[in-house]
Design a protein around this ligand. Structure first.
Ligand SMILES: Cc1cc2nc3c(=O)[nH]c(=O)nc-3n(C[C@H](O)[C@H](O)[C@H](O)COP(=O)(O)OP(=O)(O)OC[C@H]3O[C@@H](n4cnc5c(N)ncnc54)[C@H](O)[C@@H]3O)c2cc1C
Length: 315
C-alpha cells in the first residue's frame, strides 16, 4: 500500500480509517472503526469541495479532489466522445463540457482539456467544430489573484484553442441536462446544455474541526503563531484546515501544498520542542512562487518575484 511505502512503520503506527470526530476534552479521536487517544494531535484533514449551496451542483458536477476523481472525469468525457457516433440516443450536448471556475484548478484543467480534445476527435471521428468548452467565472477575469498580465496570457491562449469564457457570470443551477448561468446585473438565466460539468469553483476546510467544537473562521482553525489551535495547547493544525494570515496583505494565505509542507516541518519541530520542555518556534511562510500549467507545452508563473511565460520557460 502506497502510504506504508513512504513511512517507517517501525516508528509510526499507521491506522487506515476515517476520522468521524475529535473529542478534545477527552483527548480522543473517534474513528469509523474504533477510537484513538492522544497526548498531542496534529490535524491535517485537508479540504472538501465547496458547492456554495448551488442547486444540483453536488449531484451533477464532477469535482477534482484526487487522482481518482480526475480519472473519473477523464473516463466520463472519453465515454461521451466514444458513444457520440454509435449511441442512437447521443445528443449534440454530449460534446459540450462546462467548467465552473477559472481559478488555478479550472485553468489548469482547461489547459489539459484543449490538448486532449483534438486527440479524442481523431480517435472517435468527430468534427472538432462540434465540441464546445465553456468556462463560467464570477470574477471579471480569469485567475483573479494572479498577475493580471499573465492571467490575460492564459485567457488568450485558451480562447485561441476554443475555450469560450463567460466572465462576470455565475453558475446558478446544475442538472443532468446542463447548467443555468446568470450574467452579473442581468435578471435572465441562460441555459447551457452539457454532457459534462466540472466544478472547480471552490474548496473548504474539512468539516471535522468545526464540528468537533474547535474555534474556526469559515471552517478553518485560526492557529497561533506556533500552529497550535487557539483553544487547545495539545492540538496542532496544518494545511488546508489551518488559517494563517499574511501580514503584508492582511488576508489569509491561500491553501496550497507549498504552505502545508512548510507547516508540517514547523509542527514536527514544535512537537519535539514540547517533548523536550523547550519553547516552540513561530511558523514563518517562505513563498517560492506559483506556477500554472496550460497543457503540455505552455505555462505561466511568478517565481521568486520573476514573471515567467511559455516562451521564457522554453529557453
Ligand atoms: C485540483 C487541485 C490542484 C491543486 N494544485 C496545487 C498545486 O499545483 N500546487 C499547490 O501548492 N497546491 C495545489 N493544490 C492545493 C493542495 O492540493 C492543497 O492545498 C494541499 O493538498 C493541502 O494539504 P493538506 O495536507 O492540508 O490536505 P490534503 O492534501 O487534502 O490531505 C488530507 C488527507 O486527509 C485525508 N482525510 C480527509 N478527511 C479524512 C477523514 N475524515 N479521516 C481520515 N482521513 C481523512 C484525505 O484523504 C487526505 O489524504 C491543488 C488543489 C486542487 C484541488
Amino acid at each position: 500500500m502506497l502510504i506504508k511505502n513512504v513511512i517507517d512503520t517501525n516508528r509510526v503506527n499507521f491506522v487506515q480509517d476515517s476520522v468521524v470526530e475529535i473529542k478534545k476534552d477527552e483527548k480522543k479521536v473517534i474513528l469509523k472503526n474504533g477510537e484513538l487517544t492522544y497526548d498531542y494531535l496534529v490535524i491535517g484533514l485537508g479540504f472538501e469541495s465547496n458547492t456554495f449551496g448551488i442547486k444540483g451542483l453536488a449531484e451533477n458536477a464532477f469535482a477534482i479532489r484526487s487522482v481518482n476523481t480526475a480519472r473519473k472525469i477523464r473516463e466520463h468525457i472519453e465515454y461521451k466522445f466514444a458513444s457520440y457516433n454509435t449511441d442512437p440516443n447521443a445528443k449534440e450536448s454530449d460534446l459540450t463540457i462546462v467548467v465552473g471556475g477559472a481559478g488555478l484548478s479550472g485553468i489548469e484543467f482547461l489547459g489539459e482539456l484543449v490538448n486532449r480534445i483534438p486527440q479524442l476527435c481523431r480517435e472517435y471521428d468527430i468534427d472538432p467544430q462540434r465540441v464546445k468548452i465553456v468556462d463560467v467565472e464570477g470574477a471579471p477575469r480569469v485567475l483573479p489573484p494572479f498577475d493580471p498580465e499573465l492571467a490575460q496570457y492564459a485567457h488568450d491562449m485558451l480562447e485561441s484553442k476554443g475555450v469560450q469564457f463567460k466572465l462576470d457570470t455565475f453558475l446558478k443551477e446544475a442538472s443532468p441536462e446542463g447548467v443555468k448561468v446568470q450574467k452579473k446585473g442581468s435578471e435572465e438565466l441562460e441555459e447551457i446544455k452539457a454532457g459534462t460539468i466540472v466544478w472547480t469553483g471552490g474548496v473548504k476546510a474539512s468539516h471535522i474541526p468545526e464540528q468537533s467544537g474547535f474555534e474556526t473562521n469559515r471552517g478553518k482553525v485560526p492557529v497561533n503563531s506556533d500552529l497550535r489551535a487557539p483553544d487547545d495547547d495539545h492540538v496542532f493544525v496544518v494545511g488546508d484546515c489551518a488559517l494563517v494570515m499574511d501580514k503584508s496583505s492582511d488576508r489569509p494565505y491561500p491553501p496550497s501544498a507549498q504552505i502545508a509542507i512548510q507547516q508540517s516541518y514547523t509542527a514536527a519541530k514544535n512537537l519535539k520542542h514540547l517533548l523536550n520542555n523547550e519553547p516552540t518556534e513561530d511558523f514563518v511562510y517562505k513563498p517560492k512562487g506559483t506556477v500554472a500549467s496550460l497543457g503540455h507545452s505552455d505555462a505561466i508563473g511568478v517565481v521568486f518575484d520573476k514573471k515567467l511565460r511559455e516562451h521564457l520557460l522554453r529557453r
